[in-house]
Design a protein. Structure first.
Lengths: 231, 231
DNA sequence: AGTTGTGAAGAGATTCACAGCA
DNA sequence: TGCTGTGAATCTCTTCACAACT
C-alpha cells in the first residue's frame, strides 16, 4: 500500500505532559495492556498488594525485562527491591486503556454467537455497557433479552445516536458484514469488534478489532505443527 | 523471565528442504497467514483467478510490500506484471498452516459461549473436526447436540485418547480453567484455544491461543481513544 | 506497462546487563 | 539483598526503491 501517514518525527520537543501516563504507548505494549490488567485484577481480588516482574511474566509467558519496560511507562508503581503496587497499576492501566469510564456499546446480530455474547457478563465489568441489540429476524425484534432491548436493524440510524453508542460488536454473517459496517461508520460508530469472518476495508475511518474464530484455530494449528512458540 | 531457548544459530548449513514451503516462517508472517487464507478463499469462491498485492493489501489494511514479502515465502505463485495465483496460494497457505489435513478437536464447556461454538460451522470448513463436548452439568451429559456427543468432564482422560483429539477449545469459567488445562496437557492435548479470561501458565508444555472477549474490547477502546491505528 | 521479488535502509521491539535505589 | 529502571546491543519486522521479469 502507499503510505498515508506523513511522519514519525519524534515531536517531544517539550514534553508538557503533566504527571503520569505520559506521551505515547508503543503498539506492542498497547496490545498487552489488557492482559496485564486482567492478571493484575486477579491478583488484586486475591488480596495481593505487590507483584514482581518475574511473577507476572511467568504468568503471562513474557520475560521479566519486557514487563519492566512496559510497566515503566506508567510512572512509579514499582519499588526497587519490592515489586509493583497492584492497586495502583490496575487503576493506571484502566486509565491508559480508556476504560476507567464507560463505553456505550451495541450488538448487531442475534444468532448463536450474538446470543452468547449478550449474556456474557465479562465486559460489563470492564466498563462496556451494552445498550441495545440490532437484528433482522422480526420474531426477535421488540423483545427484551437479559434486559437489553432488541431493535430492528432498519432502525440503526435512528437509535444509535440516541443511545450515544460509540462501539459496536458485529456478530453477523460475512456476507452482510461489509454493508452493515459501512452503515455503522456513517452514523459515527468509532470502533467495531468484528466477529464476521471477513475483512472490513474501513481501517481508515474507524478502529476495527477482528476476532475470527477459524483464524484463531488456524493460528493454534500452526503453533502446534511448528512446535517452538506461540505468541 | 529467564530465557530457555539455547540458541538462534542459523543452522542453514545445508538447507535440505526439497521443493516449496521452505524452512521457516517468521512469527509476524505466521500471524497473518489465516487472514490471507480467508480473504483468498473469498476471492477464490468469487471466481477470481489472480490477485495483485495492492488489492489484497487494501482489503486487509496492509501495505503492498508487506504482502509481497510474506507471499514470496511460498514460492512462485506471483507472476510479474500479473499478480498471484489465487488457487495455488490457497493450497500453499493451507499446507503452511497445517490445515490441509484435519484436526480432531474437543470442546470443553457448554455454557453460553460453548453452545454457540458447537453450532458454528466456520471451523469444520477449515479442517477442524469437533469430536465431542465435555461438560459438568449432569442434565446435559449423555445428550447429542448438533450431532456431537456430550460427555462428562470426568471422562476426559478416558475419552480423549480414543478420539485422538489434539486440540481443545476451552470455554469454561476462569476459576476452573487452570485445573482443566492442566488435565488436558497431561493427556496429550497439543494445543488449547482458550476463551477463559485467565492466563494458563502452560506455554512451555503446549501451544495456547487466547481469545478473551473483554481484552479484545479493551484493545478496541484503546484504539478508539488513541485514534491513530489499530493493529 | 505493470507488477513481483528483494537487497538495503529504517523503524520498532526485545533482551542484556548493570547502575540505582529501597 | 533484591528488584526496578534503563542505556546499549541485538534482533525482528516493515518499508523503500528499483532491478527483473512477463
Amino acid at each position: 500500500m502507499d503510505n498515508q501517514q506523513p511522519a514519525n518525527e519524534n515531536t517531544d520537543q517539550f514534553e508538557s505532559v503533566p504527571t503520569v501516563t505520559s506521551g505515547q504507548i508503543p503498539p506492542a505494549t498497547a496490545h498487552r495492556l489488557g492482559l496485564y490488567l486482567r492478571e493484575l485484577q486477579h491478583f488484586h481480588r486475591a488480596g495481593v498488594e505487590t507483584i514482581k516482574s518475574n511473577v507476572l511474566g511467568n504468568r503471562l509467558g513474557l520475560s521479566d525485562s519486557q514487563i519492566r519496560r512496559d510497566l515503566a511507562l506508567f510512572g512509579e508503581f514499582g519499588k526497587r527491591g519490592v515489586g509493583y503496587d497492584v492497586a495502583g497499576l490496575v487503576q493506571a492501566l484502566r486509565r491508559a486503556l480508556g476504560t476507567d469510564g464507560t463505553w456505550n456499546t451495541i450488538l448487531v446480530g442475534l444468532g448463536n454467537l450474538g446470543s452468547a455474547l449478550i449474556r456474557y457478563r465479562g465486559f460489563q465489568q470492564q466498563g462496556f455497557v451494552l445498550r441495545a441489540v440490532f437484528e433482522s429476524d422480526p420474531t426477535k425484534i421488540g423483545t427484551l433479552i437479559d434486559g437489553i432491548p432488541v431493535f430492528s436493524i432498519d432502525s440503526l440510524e435512528e437509535k444509535v445516536p440516541l443511545l450515544r453508542a460509540r462501539l459496536a460488536i458485529l456478530a453477523i454473517p460475512a456476507q452482510d458484514a461489509p454493508q452493515i459496517a459501512r452503515r455503522l461508520a456513517d452514523i459515527g460508530i468509532a470502533g467495531i469488534l468484528n466477529f464476521a469472518p471477513v475483512s472490513l476495508p474501513l481501517q481508515k475511518e474507524l478502529a476495527i478489532v477482528d476476532v475470527d474464530l477459524a483464524v484463531e484455530l488456524q493460528r493454534l494449528a500452526f503453533a502446534v505443527a511448528n512446535w517452538k512458540e506461540s505468541r
